[in-house]
Design a protein around this ligand. Structure first.
Ligand SMILES: CC(C)(COP(=O)(O)OP(=O)(O)OC[C@H]1O[C@@H](n2cnc3c(N)ncnc32)[C@H](O)[C@@H]1OP(=O)(O)O)[C@@H](O)C(=O)NCCC(=O)NCCS
Length: 171
């Protein structure tokens, strides 16, 4: 059975295995495996505090982080940002997700967004912005299959792919 849960120290081993997979594809930059192994409890607490507007990196808005679990296996993570900044409106949107490499192309991506939309509604958001790089076929399909209404295609810089912006109405 799959479900979203707030970060939980109980799943340390599975989370760290997933993190190692992300690091192998050079995705997770802010987390050091060695530090985490030693201080997992405190890491989890800080991740959870972000939804209260505490322990946020510089410039971050309050955000709620969930882990997607399939029974006891850590599958991926999703973050719901409580409000928008100019940069988030242009690039990041309200919801960001990642499925660990070994679990991709099995439908978890579509499900993580579906479940996150239910949580976003509970947080009181009325409509959410979803963005993805134009060349990210998987993410584009995930957004469109969850009812994303295409807004536009944004030019960011010559080095970056175009960003696609979609809105999903939660009312
Ligand atoms: C993008 C990502 C979340 C997709 O997760 P996933 O679990 O593989 O997604 P799903 O299995 O639900 O696949 C959704 C659809 O996209 C397709 N798809 C997934 N990855 C794909 C890829 N790399 N290339 C082409 N199609 C892909 C699937 O086949 C499926 O197609 P279908 O609707 O025709 O069946 C995952 O690759 C990931 O975490 N990438 C890194 C982080 C990232 O890009 N996050 C999104 C930022 S906007």
């Amino acid at each position: 059975m799959i479900k979203l849960i707030p970060p939980d120290p109980k799943y340390k081993l599975s989370f760290l295995e997933g993190l190692q997979e992300f690091q192998q594809e050079e995705r997770s930059t802010e987390l050091e495996l060695e530090d985490l192994e030693k201080n997992f409890q405190s890491f989890v607490k800080k991740q959870r505090n972000r939804s209260k507007g505490e322990d946020l990196p510089e410039g971050f808005v309050p955000e709620t982080i969930y882990w997607l679990m399939d029974n006891d296996d850590y599958v991926g993570r999703v973050v719901i940002r409580h409000k928008m900044t100019e940069i988030l409106l242009r690039e990041g949107g309200h919801i960001g997700y990642a499925i660990r490499p070994s679990k991709r192309k099995k439908g978890y991506g579509k499900n993580i967004l579906k479940l996150a939309l239910e949580e976003a509604k509970k947080l009181g958001l009325k409509k959410v912005l979803l963005t993805c790089n134009e060349n990210n076929i998987g993410s584009k399909k995930i957004i469109e299959s969850n009812g994303g209404v295409f807004q536009d295609r944004v030019f960011l810089s010559a080095e970056k792919p175009y960003k696609l912006r979609y809105w999903i109405d939660l009312t």
